[in-house]
Design a protein around this ligand. Structure first.
Ligand code: HEC
Length: 160
C-alpha cells in the first residue's frame, strides 16, 4: 500500500468515525424528550393539560356556541349535562325548548311524566334541574305584543 493510499484510508476512517460520534451524541441529546414529554410536568400540571385536551376534543364532537349546545339547541351551563341526561332519553330536547313554565309548572310536568310516562324519581338532582328549567325556559312576561312605538314609525304617503 502506498503511503498516499494509507493516509487516504486513515482520512476516510476519521471522517466516518467523527460522523458516528456526532450521530450518537445527537441521539443521546434527544433521548429524554423522546421517551416521554410528560415527565417534566407535575401531577397538577398534567391534570390541567389533560382537561384542556379533553375539552378541546369534546368541543369538536359536541360544539357549544354562544352559550347554546348546538345538538340539542338548549342553553349550556353547569347544570346542562344533568338535564341532558335526565330529560332527553325519551324525547327530543325540542319538547323542552318549546315549552315555557314557572318552576312550579316545570315540577308539575315532571310529576306528570313520573305518574304516567315512567320518568324515575330525580332525587337530589331535581332542584338543579328545576333551577335550570325555570331559569332558561321561564314564561315570557308579556301576554301580548308590546305596543307599537309610533314615534319610530316612518310614515309615507301612498301615491295612487
Ligand atoms: C321516561 C321517559 C321520559 C323522560 C326521562 C322525560 N320525559 Fe318528558 N315526556 C315523556 C313523554 C312520553 C311525554 C309525552 C310526549 C308526547 O306527548 O309526545 C313527555 C312530554 C314532555 C313535555 C311536554 C309536556 C306537555 O305538556 O306538552 C315536556 C316539556 C317534557 N316532557 C319535559 C321533560 C323534562 C324537563 C324532563 C327531564 C326532567 C323529561 N321530560 C324527561 C317522557 C319522558
Amino acid at each position: 500500500m502506498s503511503s498516499l493510499e494509507k493516509s487516504w484510508k486513515l482520512w476516510t476512517f476519521l471522517c466516518w468515525f467523527s460522523l458516528a460520534v456526532i450521530a450518537v451524541f445527537m441521539i443521546y441529546l434527544n433521548f429524554p424528550q423522546n421517551t416521554n414529554p410528560r415527565i417534566e410536568r407535575t401531577e397538577e400540571e398534567q391534570a390541567r393539560y389533560n382537561q384542556k385536551r379533553l375539552s378541546a376534543y369534546e368541543s369538536q364532537l359536541d360544539p357549544i356556541e354562544n352559550g347554546i349546545h348546538l345538538k340539542s339547541g338548549m342553553k349550556y351551563d353547569e347544570n346542562f349535562r344533568l338535564v341532558q341526561k335526565s330529560c332527553t332519553s325519551c324525547h327530543s330536547s325540542k319538547l323542552i325548548t318549546q315549552n315555557r313554565a314557572t318552576r312550579d309548572g316545570w315540577q308539575q310536568m315532571i310529576r306528570w311524566m313520573q305518574r304516567t310516562q315512567g320518568l324515575p324519581e330525580l332525587g337530589i338532582h331535581e332542584p338543579k334541574i328545576l333551577d335550570y328549567l325555570s331559569t332558561y325556559y321561564a314564561p315570557t312576561q308579556t301576554g301580548r305584543r308590546a305596543l307599537l312605538d309610533t314615534s319610530k314609525i316612518e310614515w309615507y304617503v301612498l301615491e295612487l
